[in-house]
Design a binder for this molecule. Sequence first.
Ligand SMILES: [Zn+2]
Ligand SMILES: [Zn+2]
Length: 129
Amino acid sequence: MPAFTGRCLCGGVQFEVTEPFERVTYCHCANCKKLSGGAGTVNARSRTDAIRILEGEDLLRTYQPPEGTLKTFCSVCGSNLFGGGWPESEHSSVRVTTLDEFDSKPTAHIFTRSVAAWETLPDDGARRY
Ligand SMILES: [Zn+2]
Ligand SMILES: [Zn+2]
């Protein structure tokens, strides 16, 4: 049994994560706003080896921004799936928005200096950086 399963919006890409995540972080940075279409990304950190693509590997596209790590998307629907350098890095980020079920809260908010005027940081007790 995988610990988690996930998919993109169109369902073309399906994946599983075979072990529990190490931590969950909410990133409010400008890049994450651009790539997510929302306030940022919520990222679950995993060993890259624990992320297994079940379907749609050929649909994946990876973008290297001028600064920061690789971002991986579904080329059909645009869902942002992985970051943190996947698949080349030892550890990667899974966007929790693509997980079928996930009930953990972030333990930290990062890049809070990039919180936008239209965005409200939740008073959830998580550390802020
Ligand atoms: Zn898709
Ligand atoms: Zn970010």
